[in-house]
Write a protein that binds this ligand. Sequence first.
Ligand code: HEC
Ligand code: HEC
Ligand code: HEC
Ligand code: HEC
Ligand code: HEC
Length: 341
Amino acid sequence: MQRFNTALLMIGAAAILAVSGCEGDPGAVGPAGTASCLDACHTDNFQVQNYIADVQAEFEQSLHNTGDTYLRRGSTNSPDCSGCHTTEGYQYRIANNGDTIALTQSSRIGCFACHAPHSNENFNLRHVGATDLLVGGAGAYDKGSSNTCAQCHQARSPSPTFASTDPITSKYWGPHNGTQANALSGIGAYEFSGTTYNSNHGHNTIENGCVGCHMAEMPADALAGGHSFKIDYIYRGAFTINDNGCQQCHSTEDVTLKVETHQANFQASLDSLIADLNTLGWLDADLEHVAPSAIPVDADARGAMFNFRFILKDGSVGVHNPTYLEAVLAATRAYVTSQLP
Ligand code: HEC
Ligand code: HEC
Ligand code: HEC
Ligand code: HEC
Ligand code: HEC
């Protein structure tokens, strides 16, 4: 069945090429629109080679390229994982309305995950238009070219649910890793009864969301931004933010210092939450995951653990949407404190 599906995809791609030839779209990003496949990518023309080479050099630094989560060793790459962790699984999911597939062979998230040159005939993105959020609903994320990022960097629905009386059995319970699309747009944290969170922040309005900051122009003498997707780098031994995507709003500030100050305050508050959750016995020994059997069968208790994971695995230590993430952290701390003996 899997092989059959893969074969169909390949026949589909071949058919498109056969019908349309290999001419580009004049309005597209990338090499000249009139270019053929040979001129566009597979060529001796040094100008074109340099063009792609820059992107490739940047991308070599990206965790998409260097990470190993595309491998599910010793078993198939299950449909629960392949849609966000592999090129083939992502291609299948986008082509099949969100359906996912088990893969016996898979590759890392490469150029042809995000781009579809063999069907678009240019470097336009494979997925355009608003992105559905598993925790947030249809079309809930709509920020230009970063709609691609949100396809994978979003919270997953917890199973069992908050209100369920089924016990939590896995230490990995929660929204999974990479909750950034939800965090940035202020959608999907658990709301304790009587609480709502303000999601209004300047960062929620940045053009092209993630791409505006993480794919900003590269700093002159370092590897960050562009297709490295990195926001920070080490400059003369010091942690430094690539501020090329920040200047339009923070032109008079030292953005690296701003980030460090904000993160230090936020982390101190997060550490207090971790200490309290640990006192309650709700955390695994790694102080990151849940201790399934210890968490009361109670929506608020589960909500608190969900919010903890939501904030932690956003990875920005409160920077993505400071207003929202601070509000969620404060409400979660207030609830957890009320549960302490
Ligand atoms: C097909 C799913 C997918 C898409 C699309 C995607 N990512 Fe990722 N991203 C991942 C996965 C999975 C990882 C972790 C890879 C690993 O560890 O093996 C990751 C890693 C990252 C990292 C590194 C995180 C770290 O801890 O250093 C950044 C930054 C990032 N992605 C940003 C983006 C941005 C920005 C976009 C959109 C332009 C994007 N991603 C699109 C799945 C995706
Ligand atoms: C909705 C998309 C999505 C699905 C489905 C998904 N992941 Fe992930 N996963 C991500 C993203 C995005 C990251 C990278 C997050 C980051 O670096 O901030 C990630 C990171 C990870 C990591 C790195 C650990 C860490 O602490 O960052 C592991 C391990 C992982 N995923 C395993 C799995 C497994 C196993 C499955 C299937 C049961 C799965 N993932 C399903 C999106 C997904
Ligand atoms: C995780 C998703 C992702 C991956 C992987 C990826 N790209 Fe991109 N790429 C993007 C996004 C997002 C843009 C910006 C598109 C826009 O603004 O319309 C882009 C833009 C481009 C452009 C347009 C010009 C430019 O530099 O901005 C080219 C060419 C390109 N990518 C080539 C590649 C190549 C070659 C690879 C593999 C080495 C690659 N991309 C891997 C997401 C990705
Ligand atoms: C306001 C600019 C901005 C926007 C918009 C933004 N980020 Fe970030 N992101 C940051 C900063 C700053 C950090 C913290 C970097 C650090 O601590 O080193 C960060 C951290 C991260 C991390 C943790 C790993 C790392 O690179 O440090 C990931 C993964 C990530 N962002 C992905 C995304 C995704 C996906 C989106 C869109 C849904 C997004 N970001 C939107 C600025 C931004
Ligand atoms: C579209 C405008 C815009 C862009 C682009 C932008 N920011 Fe912001 N940012 C704001 C606004 C508005 C605030 C709230 C007022 C303030 O603190 O300056 C803010 C606040 C912050 C804060 C929180 C300060 C605090 O302690 O509450 C940090 C950290 C930050 N920005 C970092 C960044 C970084 C890093 C980038 C680029 C990667 C970036 N911003 C890009 C508009 C923007």
